[in-house]
Write a protein that binds this ligand. Structure first.
Ligand code: 3HC
Ligand code: NAI
Length: 697
């Protein structure tokens, strides 16, 4: 028998203990071990029941995702589960930790299910671009009914044991050791003469309006298709005999396995975990952080302070005056009300944070105990330098000094202190207590344990942290500025902001670039354009000054009620601002440009080509260590559709050679903007992909 399954006897119960750390994924060896264990139990004299229990953190985390995309290995999970369910012995699952995907499907193939109250179950396959493919869509609705079953599988959410018990997924809740609980429960079932109870033999649930449910789920998926296909599989559970329903489910599972969406989402799953795992920081101990300082309590400072407070850190926030300090406290209080409403904290936690863990100060000496200070003052190098000089004076040795700057040079900031090794960038995204992305900007002199502390802080705050090097805009804003420029060029040449937003929202972006600009504030882009013009624009660069006129008229987007869109009816009820197209037309006329038509396909192709090209430069220059770092930056900070995996995964899927050929074709008209990235040219020449680089790192 496989060493992944331990076989033991407790009276007339055969116990199969799963040992496949860290999370008991159902790899081929585990499936074979369970199969052999069932054979052995059935041949074992006197065994009347089988108990399946997991060792370590989980019952089962589901199918082994690393096997996906490779030829399937026997025994297949649906066959194993059918074999377990068909056993003449009574089969019981004792669940703890998580039972997800195939893991829950194994439990549903057992005749009875007991779980500890802290257990969680779920069918998260949709997050991998799949659906439950081992009977989950057929068995779960027989226990829960169609609506509840569909809700669980289309959201992929984790369901707590108590709720799962109420839904009929778990038979008994019992605190204590899962193996001991399972043995006691199985003994009781045997002594009560409980019958074998196969979920597949239960009557199918009541039908619903399948087409309406399919359409509604498709719409909610915003381009992602797997949740909607759960509806069709569940429909089969109601309309077909069990074995036929299982076949229908399997067919959809295999079809989804062939999709780009499955590739994109599995890339996202593994990259999300790999991104904070930097080879260069292996074994580097982070410095301890308990007390942090935040300088500036505007939008970002208040958000960063909120995130830290919610993570249990003590925060001293420094502002320019008592009034500004009070305004910062109010901003944090507002953020905390949101956290209270969402159940992230209770009233007592809320009060403790405001009255005890948060302090507001105007005097730098109050930061002398801080382990780490994050500066979030105005985006102005002179102001930042003054702040860092003051921090250098008061902060204790070993205190980490971080800047939240969006674009400014961290090396220059670090050079104003006597301790550049302790300085790094911690670039949060707005709103900082909500957005998942954190760029950890490692400057030339940043010490490894300072970088490691940046990642450790990110983890404490529940962020996805990405290492970035120093350049204008780091990873995310640098790439953003390029694809925004590409969008502006398309506008000059004939596309409208509304066509561009629509094409990209259909592609899967949460918001198109012009809706995003309205949300972030048009003044931000205006300031960047002014700075770049002051630094001296290359004469070959095209300029789209029409956007400045909107700002000059006081239209900064959502916060002033008007930008590219008019928000008179509320932030979600945007309509095009009628002032915008005349400004664009005037600009085209001034530049002597004749507008042409853009198809949605061309808009997406150009926009994505510019994004991929800049991303390849960012990787090639070492600003991002690996392509996956760029992918996670765009996914978690810029609304890139998760089911496409990230821009560089998308590029691999559509083909790098075709993209490079298009870039070269675009360059015939604008060779300055469309300079092919050397890394892209190299990969095409060598017939390799960005993902090959991820694997090599
Ligand atoms: N297969 C292979 N590896 C897995 C895995 C799985 N199902 N689940 C987790 N892992 C790996 C992770 O990649 C990670 O590896 P690393 O240490 O090398 O980075 C390690 O296990 C630990 O995982 P986490 O860091 O995520 O640990 P957490 O404690 O934070 O979370 C978890 C544990 C909740 C189980 C989370 O890992 C998770 O959600 N896993 C995926 C669950 C899932 O999607 N299951 C469905 C699979 S598809 C399926 O079952 C198809 C079926 O219907 C036929
Ligand atoms: P903001 O203007 O809302 O807040 C700045 C705050 O800093 C103000 O409350 C001001 O009183 C305070 N301040 C200024 N000088 C100070 C000093 N010497 N000492 C103490 N406090 C001082 O600005 P915002 O948007 O919060 O941005 C702050 C920084 O974060 C900037 O560097 C910006 O580029 C960066 N950033 C902004 C993002 C955004 O979306 N707003 C996103 C990511 C980074």
């Amino acid at each position: 028998m496989s060493d992944k399954i331990a076989y033991s006897r407790h009276g007339d119960i055969a116990v199969l203990t799963v040992r496949n750390p860290p999370v008991n994924a159902l790899s081929q060896a585990v499936r074979q071990g369970l199969w052999d264990g069932m054979d052995r139990a059935e041949a074992d004299d006197g065994a009347r029941a089988v108990l399946i229990v997991g060792e370590g953190r989980a019952f089962f985390a589901g199918a082994d995702i690393t096997e996906f995309g490779k030829p399937p290995l026997q025994p297949h999970l649906p066959d194993l589960i059918n074999r377990i369910e068909a056993s003449p012995l009574l089969v019981v699952a004792s669940m703890h930790g998580v039972s997800l995907g195939g893991g829950l499907e194994v439990a549903l193939g057992c005749h009875y299910r007991i779980a500890v109250p802290s257990a969680r179950v779920g069918l998260p396959e949709v997050h991998l671009g799949l659906l439950p493919g081992a009977g989950g869509t057929q068995r779960l609705p027989r226990l829960t009914g169609v609506e509840a079953g569909l809700e669980v599988m289309t959201t992929g959410r984790h369901v707590g044991a108590k709720e799962a018990h109420a839904l009929g997924i778990i038979d008994v809740l019992q605190d204590g050791d899962p193996a001991e609980n399972g043995i006691a429960y199985t003994e009781k079932l045997l002594s009560d003469g409980a019958p074998r109870r196969a979920v597949s033999e239960m009557p199918p649930p009541t039908p619903i309006d399948w087409d309406a449910a399919f359409e509604a789920t498709l719409k909610r998926g915003r381009g992602q298709i797997s949740p909607a296909w759960c509806v069709r599989a569940v429909q089969a559970s109601v309309e077909k005999p069990f074995a036929e329903g299982l076949k229908a489910e399997r067919q959809i599972f295999y079809d989804l396995m062939q999709t780009d969406q499955r590739q994109g989402m599995i890339h996202a799953f593994f990259s999300e975990r790999a991104v904070s795992n930097l080879p260069e920081l292996k074994g580097v101990e982070p410095r301890p952080v308990q007390q942090i300082g935040v300088i500036g309590g505007g939008t970002m400072g208040a958000g960063i302070a909120t995130a830290a407070l919610l993570a249990g850190l003590r925060v001293t926030l420094l502002e320019m005056s008592a009034e500004a300090g009070e305004a910062a406290r109010n901003r944090i209080a507002g953020n905390l009300v949101g956290a209270l409403k969402r159940g992230k904290i209770n009233q007592k936690g809320h009060d403790t944070i405001l009255n005890d863990t948060l302090s507001i100060a105007t005097d730098y000496d109050r930061l002398s105990d801080a382990d780490l200070v994050i500066e979030a003052v105005f985006e102005d190098m002179a102001v930042k330098k003054t702040v860092f000089a003051a921090l250098d004076r008061v902060c204790k040795p070993g205190c980490i000094l971080a800047s939240n700057t969006s674009y400014l040079d961290i090396n220059e900031i670090a050079a104003t202190t006597s301790r550049p090794a302790d300085v790094l960038g911690l670039h949060f995204f707005s709103p900082a207590h909500v957005m998942k992305l954190l760029e950890v900007v490692v400057a030339d002199a940043t010490a490894p344990d300072v970088a490691a502390t940046g990642f450790a802080l990110g983890k404490m705050l529940g962020k996805i942290s990405v290492r970035a090097g120093v350049c204008d805009g780091f990873i995310g804003n640098r790439i953003l500025s390029t694809y925004r420029t590409c969008a502006d060029h398309m506008i000059l040449d004939g596309a409208s902001p509304y066509e561009i937003d629509k094409a990209l929202e259909d592609f899967g972006f949460a918001m198109g670039p012009f809706a995003v600009a309205d949300l972030a504030g048009l003044d931000i882009g205006w300031a960047v354009r002014k700075r770049k013009r002051a630094e001296g624009l290359d004469p070959r660069a095209r300029d789209a000054a029409y956007a400045d006129k909107l700002c000059e008229d006081g239209h900064f987007g959502q916060k002033t009620g008007k930008g590219y869109y008019d928000y008179a009816a509320g932030p979600k009820a945007r309509v095009p601002n009628p002032d915008v197209m005349p400004l664009i037309e005037a600009e085209r006329a001034a530049q002597g440009l004749t507008p042409r038509e853009f198809s949605h396909e061309e808009i997406v192709r150009r926009y994505m080509a510019s994004m991929v090209n800049e991303a390849a430069k960012v990787v090639g220059e070492g600003i991002a260590r690996r392509p996956l770092d760029v992918d996670m930056t765009l996914l978690f900070g810029y609304g890139f559709p998760r089911y496409r995996g990230g821009p560089l995964k998308w590029a691999d899927i559509v083909g790098l050679d075709g993209l490079l050929a298009d870039i070269k074709r675009y360059a015939e008209d604008d060779p300055y903007f469309w300079q092919p990235a050397p890394l892209l040219e190299q990969l095409v020449a060598e017939g390799r992909t960005f993902d090959d680089l991820n694997k090599e790192s």
